[in-house]
Design a protein around this ligand. Structure first.
Ligand code: PGA
Length: 251
């Protein structure tokens, strides 16, 4: 039985003060309501410290939205995995489609970042997903396969990895993949991981769904056999909505 995992990706939202308030609201609303489910929040780098202090002792995990593949040096605007560990993060999101689309991330740089993050002891959420054009031209499975294969190249241990399937056409658009559409891709990912890492590792891997998850559709998505929680964007910025989604994943 895989433990479900729900992570709020706050993206480029909230000042330090606003992040602190949202984290406090979450704790107040969540209480003990997330038994049987792992919960994380991913504020901006700037707000990691304040949000991290606000969630201290609550069991909520502190997650970063990205990390660089070098420890330090002349990489203006970047933050390293080592710095994230020191800042109290337990996990990092890597290869989000917005990073791929707007900041030139490729499967090669995603792979480098994952390796570095794992070597620094961080858990990794690897994001994969096809665009609408790719889905319509029938290459969804091929795109996902190359993102998984190349993203995980030369990585032998995936016990600290979560994969998030996020169809690009469903992110922030209000269009959710149907639970059947999502399940189909999740099963494809698990089958592929079984080929690469064996059945046991594939059975243990958590695969989150992301893309317009809301309180109204979370339970149906999370009920699918290969959907192990969610990576939540827009709805994670509202404490009540995020808590409702966490409850849908809890038992
Ligand atoms: P969304 O974003 O829930 O706003 O669609 C999901 C994500 O990008 O992780």
């Amino acid at each position: 039985m895989r433990t479900k995992i729900v992570v709020g990706n706050w993206k480029m939202n909230n000042t330090i003060a606003e992040s602190e308030i949202l984290a406090q609201e979450l704790i107040a609303a969540l209480g003990e309501n997330f038994s049987g489910c792992e919960v994380g929040i991913a504020p901006t780098f700037l707000a990691l410290d304040a949000a991290g202090k606000a969630i201290e002792g609550s069991g909520i995990q502190l997650v970063a939205q990205n990390c660089h593949y070098e420890n330090d040096g002349a990489y203006t605007g970047e933050v390293s995995a080592r710095m994230l560990t020191a800042a109290g993060c337990s996990s990092v999101i890597i290869g989000h489609s917005e990073r791929r689309q707007y900041f030139g991330e490729t499967n090669v740089t995603v792979n480098l970042r994952i390796k570095k993050a794992l070597s620094e002891g961080l858990n990794v959420i690897l994001c994969v997903g096809e665009t609408l054009a790719q889905r319509e031209s029938g290459v969804t499975e091929a795109i996902i396969a190359s993102q998984v294969r190349e993203g995980l190249m030369d990585i032998s241990d995936i016990s600290s990895l979560v994969i998030a399937y996020e169809p690009v056409w469903a992110i922030g658009t209000g269009k959710t993949a149907s639970s059947a559409q999502a399940e189909e891709v999740h099963l494809h990912i698990r089958t592929l991981v079984a080929e690469l890492y064996g059945k046991e590792a594939a059975a243990a891997l958590r695969i989150q769904y992301g893309g317009s998850v809301k309180p109204s559709n979370a339970a149906e998505l999370f009920a699918m056999p290969n959907i192990d929680g969610g990576l939540i964007g827009g709805a994670s910025l509202n404490a009540a909505d995020f808590v409702a989604i966490v409850k849908a994943a809890s038992h």
